[in-house]
Write a protein that binds this ligand. Structure first.
Ligand code: BT5
Length: 259
């Protein structure tokens, strides 16, 4: 992929700006800086390789050269969008899921924002706010997708099993068309962010429904229970050991070992 082919493939989308890097530290860092310079809504930074890709907290996201998708969008929330900022990462996960569905796959969303294929992580989403005084002036939505075989990091370096699209689909895939599909889905779903339809579409793809999971935050257990579904605000709804329904607003989901 090069800048020219990328621009040609994305030409029909209403993007404001596009920056292409062969290698970069992190597309989210570059997008945060671009947003601070005042770039407009729907500007995209794409990189063929990240040397310091970031996950949530202090975690790392590995982007091997020319085998994945790693990109960040600068968005400027308006109106109701400004009060539902946490849902942007779900917007990314839903857009990726639908793009994979159009390739015949059956992705699931590990709450809140990982996309899984056959219960293995194929995509991570990192949404970060850009503050303007006390208000959110922008959101940087970073998405990393493993596409080709070489994109999957060694399993022993990961917290959760990983896969790539080509392993699951069984044939080579065109990275640019997957990127175009993801961006189209994102643009399509954005006006519905936080709506009943949006939450329903997310919930339909929710991973581990009916299974027992543990929720942790910064490595510490927060709660556990059987996954029921999503709350209206996108929180995860669990039924605990006593049959009580609990709602979780943040944290990391892992399958709870059966004892
Ligand atoms: C995420 O964090 O999954 C968010 C990843 C977002 C990456 C994109 S790429 C474009 C943009 N620029 C950036 O710098 N970041 C964004 P989290 O849920 O915290 O998961 C991080 C964990 O995923 C790591 O600790 C690893 O265990 C695992 N991991 C790292 N690289 C992976 C990969 N390529 N495939 C599958 N798992 C990976």
């Amino acid at each position: 992929m090069n800048e020219e082919s990328l621009r040609a493939a994305l030409g029909s989308l209403p993007l404001d700006g596009l920056r292409f890097y062969q290698t970069i530290g992190s597309t989210n860092d570059a997008a945060l800086a671009w947003a601070a310079e005042g770039t407009r809504d729907l500007s995209v930074i794409f990189a063929e390789e990240q040397t310091h890709g970031r996950g949530r907290g202090k975690r790392q996201w590995i982007t091997s050269p020319e085998s994945s998708l790693a990109f960040s969008l600068v968005l400027h929330p308006v109106g109701v969008e400004t009060v539902i900022i946490p849902l942007y990462s779900a917007l990314g996960a839903l857009a990726v899921s639908q793009a994979l569905e159009s390739a015949g796959l059956h992705p699931q969303i590990k709450w809140p924002n990982d996309v899984l294929l056959n219960r293995k992580k194929v995509c991570g989403v990192l949404a970060e706010s850009v503050w303007s005084g006390e208000k959110v002036g922008g959101v940087v939505l970073g998405i990393g997708v493993n596409v080709q075989l070489g994109s999957v990091p060694p399993q022993e370096t990961l917290l959760f099993p990983a896969t790539c699209i080509e392993s699951e689909v069984g044939h080579p895939m065109d990275r640019v068309s997957i990127l175009r599909d993801i961006l189209s889905m994102l643009i399509k779903w954005r006006p519905a962010l936080g709506s009943k339809d949006f939450i329903r579409a997310w919930e339909q793809r929710l991973a581990f429904k009916g299974e027992w999971v543990a929720i942790s935050s910064e490595g510490k257990p927060v709660s556990s229970g059987r996954v029921i579904g999503l709350e209206e605000d996108g929180g995860l709804c669990l039924e605990d050991d006593t049959g009580k329904i609990v709602s979780v607003q943040f944290g990391e989901v892992s399958l709870r070992p059966v004892v």
